[in-house]
Design a protein around this ligand. Structure first.
Ligand SMILES: NC(=O)c1ccc[n+]([C@@H]2O[C@H](COP(=O)([O-])OP(=O)(O)OC[C@H]3O[C@@H](n4cnc5c(N)ncnc54)[C@H](OP(=O)(O)O)[C@@H]3O)[C@@H](O)[C@H]2O)c1
Length: 287
């Protein structure tokens, strides 16, 4: 069984490639350019192409049984995803596992959530077997905060105080591989959530303990956060992410015990926690 993985050079897609290979699947990765040596396992094939280029997708999907579809947060995300879905359908792909986002239907004002909801709807109406994965905040996002945590002593993610759901990328990859290699996942939508909620002050306190340093939660002044974000990313991205974080703050983004239980059943083990990721990461940073 051969699976085409989009986003295979990224965080989630890369982990999905490894999980699929572990489970004995053949894997082809759609990549815009040849990945550097060591980026992908040697068993993975590479098809050079672009999600904006239907011709390259037709070639990449030749001889492929199933598709793992991940789209980056880009302004033309909806177009890219519908091209991949449309070509996959035309080529007779048997199953599509689509990486969406938790609570997509409750955040229609967030451009990348709205795109994902439209893609979910297309899949549900399509006639092609599908599984939808809806992950919460990636725990590994905070692996990029080394400078802020160890330098300025701040926890800068405006995730609020109420508690939002967060999931480990390794659990997302396992769920994706299970949906593509196991039985009974057609038409299913899985919420991918960690075992406990995270919040700004608690994360700051956890990192303070792990790094033996005072770390302060910078709070949730969304105007200020968006301005700061514009210095690092295009203004449309800063807007999109600001509306997302503000939405978490105002409407909530918490998971329930039954969602955790359902994921535990799917994975065959409890989902990984933010705390254990932080412990692993702090130990690596100390090394
Ligand atoms: N971060 C979170 O907390 C979170 C939570 C829930 C859902 N999500 C969703 O997760 C997804 C991002 O996952 P990630 O963190 O694994 O992404 P990532 O590491 O940023 O990787 C993005 C991948 O997309 C590829 N790509 C971008 N544009 C492409 C194009 N035009 N054609 C083909 N490939 C293209 C990139 O390839 P190159 O190597 O060529 O750049 C890369 O492999 C988004 O859909 C986001 O909404 C994120």
């Amino acid at each position: 069984m051969k699976v085409l993985v989009t986003g295979g050079t990224g965080n989630v897609g890369g982990a999905v490639v490894r999980e699929l290979l572990t489970r004995g699947s053949q894997v082809r990765v759609l990549a815009r350019k040849h990945p550097l040596a060591g980026k992908l396992p040697t068993q993975a094939e590479v098809a050079i192409g672009d999600l904006m280029d239907p011709v390259s997708l037709e070639a990449a999907l030749e001889g492929v049984d199933k598709l793992f579809l991940l789209n980056a947060v880009v302004a033309d995300e909806l177009t890219q995803a519908l091209i991949a879905y449309g070509i996959a359908k035309r080529k007779g792909v048997k199953h599509i596992t689509y990486l969406s986002v938790f609570k997509a239907e409750q955040f229609k004002d967030v451009p990348h959530f709205a795109s994902k909801l439209a893609i979910e709807n297309a899949l549900r109406e399509s006639g092609v077997a599908y599984t939808i994965l809806r992950p919460g905040y990636y725990i590994q996002n905070d692996g990029t905060l080394k400078g802020a945590l160890t330098g300025a002593g701040i926890y800068p993610m405006p995730i609020g105080t109420e508690g939002i759901c967060a999931v480990d990328v390794r659990d997302i990859a396992e769920a994706a591989a299970i949906s593509l290699t196991g039985e009974g996942h057609e038409g299913q939508t899985y919420d991918l959530v960690g075992p406990s909620l995270i919040n700004g002050p608690a994360n700051a306190a956890l990192w303070s303990t792990l790094l033996s340093k005072e770390i302060r939660y910078t709070g949730h002044n969304f105007d200020q956060w968006e301005l700061q974000m514009r210095t690092m990313a295009p203004a449309w991205t800063a807007f999109d992410l600001r509306v997302m974080f503000q939405g978490y703050f105002e409407r909530g983004f918490a998971s329930t015990a039954s969602e955790v239980e359902r994921l535990t059943h799917l994975l065959g083990h409890a989902p990984r926690s933010y705390k254990s990721f932080a412990e692993e990461t702090a130990a690596q940073w100390k090394d």
